[in-house]
Design a protein around this ligand. Structure first.
Ligand code: ATP
Length: 254
């Protein structure tokens, strides 16, 4: 199995608090991986480390064979790791297509390519259209982002990430705060993303996690507690304990 992204003994402490502890994970090419764990387990911190928002105290991050741990954020994007944020980065007063166009232009500048202007304009237009198509957003292309439902705005955020042509897409709670029915729609779109793209999803809703994931990684107190196929993880006694607690009451329903 080909691995797009791997970590080797990744560790980070904030003062005395170890928030990432010797984390070794592998994201296979085309895998659909869910990163789960209780509040404060270190999920967002791990995504911040992978995307270069934070630097680890020790350990390594490999994209294919190449170490990227010292690269700044924009170079990680260029190496193929792209994330979405819990906080929206969309220009609310622009249309969906204009937002995606800005992301495409940004990528082309990152790649420092030069195109004769007419060819370039038509390439940008084609890419915007193709990206919107991947997420079922073509009917919303000319709609102003700020006037869309939250679920559609979230899809537009994912479109911005896809416009960077990732090999690994990191999604931090794309369905957070979205009404239940719309959450399913976001996951439908995520599920239909290109098969060679590796997707790492942070999600609290276990129904969505089990619908989406081919592989689950469970973090607890900054360390990997368990990982494997959804059925294995659901049957893991330590995972059940964390989610259900000793008294058998908890939020998750495996
Ligand atoms: N910049 C920071 N400085 C100090 N402590 C931090 C910082 N960022 C996060 N933490 C702490 O690190 C731990 C892990 O936080 P993180 O946000 O990664 O957890 P999480 O699993 O994403 O939680 P949630 O599910 O609630 O989003 C928490 O104890 C948090 O308080």
């Amino acid at each position: 199995m080909k691995h797009s992204l791997q970590t080797r003994n990744l560790s980070l402490s904030f003062g005395g608090l170890a928030v990432t502890r010797d984390v070794n994970i592998s994201l296979a090419e085309g895998a659909r991986t869910a990163l789960i764990g209780p509040n404060g387990a270190g999920k967002t911190t791990l995504i911040n480390l992978l995307s270069g928002v934070l630097r680890p105290n020790s350990g390594d991050i490999l994209m294919g064979e190449q170490s990227i741990v010292k690269l700044p954020q924009y170079e990680r994007v260029r190496s193929g790791i792209v994330r979405t944020f819990q906080i929206s980065r969309l220009f609310k007063e622009l249309t969906v297509a204009e937002n995606v166009e800005i992301a495409v232009l940004q990528r082309l500048r990152l790649a420092t390519e030069w195109w004769p202007s007419r060819a370039r304009t038509s390439r940008v237009r084609d890419e915007v259209d193709e990206t919107l198509g991947l997420l079922g957003l073509r009917p919303y292309a000319r709609r102003v982002v700020g006037k869309l439902a939250l679920g559609e705005q979230r899809l537009a955020e994912i479109a911005l990430a896809l416009a960077m042509k990732p090999r690994v897409l990191l999604l931090d709670e794309p369905a957070a705060g979205v009404p239940q029915g719309e959450g399913g729609r976001i996951m439908d779109a995520v599920e239909s993303l290109p098969k060679d793209l590796s997707v790492l999803l942070i999600e609290h809703d276990m129904d969505l996690v089990f619908r989406f994931a081919s592989h689950i990684i469970v973090l607890a107190a900054g360390a990997v507690l368990a990982e494997g196929a959804p059925r294995e993880v659901a049957a893991n006694e330590r995972v059940k304990q964390i989610y259900f607690g000793r008294d058998g009451h908890g939020q998750a329903h495996f």
